[in-house]
Design a protein around this ligand. Structure first.
Ligand SMILES: NC(=O)c1ccc[n+]([C@@H]2O[C@H](COP(=O)([O-])OP(=O)(O)OC[C@H]3O[C@@H](n4cnc5c(N)ncnc54)[C@H](OP(=O)(O)O)[C@@H]3O)[C@@H](O)[C@H]2O)c1
Length: 240
């Protein structure tokens, strides 16, 4: 059996459901110890139990990633428990849609806080560890919305385009430190994110969270000399 991430420790934000959950399970199946962060304690406990049932190691840490001090504590706790931190996946995110003319500034603030600002705070928190180790992979989850104009998705697109631009600069800053930074931009994925969005695309034609997880495993498990920096993963059926 292959174990592409054996001996590594990964922090996955947004690990309670959807894409983050699938990535955490896939990383654990590849031998990584996984730290799981999201706000909902029960979701994290369920994912941690799944990892352990399959013989993996999991640490569930209820965390609101928009709270800077909580993120610092999260990372300190991981290093205290596991002794290192090799991979960060920022999959925590939120989406609300609607035309710009009726947009609420509060929705903009909430999405910016979790989709963009928290990505910066999480990355910054792991950097001293990865730089000290001279090894690390950061994988930020953006969206195809950063590249394609989807009416109603202006604010969401702005947060995700921000993640792409910001990650490109971070990748350059960390190249000499042997820490690699990649951005994974999926098209529509069938997750609970769509539950609150009316008139979304046909869910049967979307990607499955496990598809995104396979791409994440590839990005995280390439040899240290190779870096898959930007990956767009689309449903093959032609939507989004
Ligand atoms: N689904 C898609 O079609 C799609 C496509 C492209 C990109 N994406 C992106 O992929 C990422 C994951 O999306 P998803 O579809 O898996 O969404 P999801 O099913 O709604 O899951 C989002 C996860 O993020 C967590 N989260 C939200 N706010 C948080 C906060 N402040 N602190 C900590 N955790 C928080 C949620 O847990 P709590 O609410 O319990 O905190 C949950 O575990 C997002 O960045 C999304 O923008 C999704």
């Amino acid at each position: 059996m292959s174990a592409a991430l054996a001996g590594q420790v990964a922090l996955v934000t947004g690990a309670g459901r959807g894409i983050g959950r699938a990535i955490a399970l896939a990383f654990a199946a590849e031998g990584a110890a996984v730290a799981l962060a999201a706000r909902t304690r029960q979701d994290l406990a369920a994912v941690a139990a799944e990892v352990r049932e399959r013989g993996g190691r999991a640490l569930a840490v209820p965390t609101d990633v928009t709270q800077d001090a909580a993120v610092e504590k999260l990372v300190e706790g991981i290093v205290a428990d596991f002794g290192r931190l090799d991979i960060l996946v920022t999959a925590a995110g939120a989406a609300s849609f609607g035309p710009v003319a009726g947009a609420k500034p509060a929705d903009w603030d909430a999405m910016l806080a979790v989709n963009l600002r928290a990505v910066m705070v999480c990355c910054r928190a792991v950097l001293p560890i990865m730089i000290r180790q001279r090894r690390g992979t950061i994988l930020n989850v953006a969206s195809v919305a950063a590249q394609r104009a989807i009416p109603g998705g202006a604010a969401y697109a702005a947060t995700k385009a921000g993640v792409v631009a910001w990650s490109r600069v971070l990748a350059e800053e960390l190249r000499a430190e042997r820490v690699r930074v990649g951005v994974l931009s999926p098209g529509a994925v069938d997750t609970p994110l769509w539950d609150a969005i009316p008139n979304g695309p046909d869910r049967a034609r979307m990607l499955r969270p496990e598809d995104v997880a396979r791409a994440a495993v590839l990005m995280a498990s390439l040899p240290p000399g190779a870096s898959l920096e930007e990956l767009t993963l689309l449903p093959a059926g032609g939507i989004l």
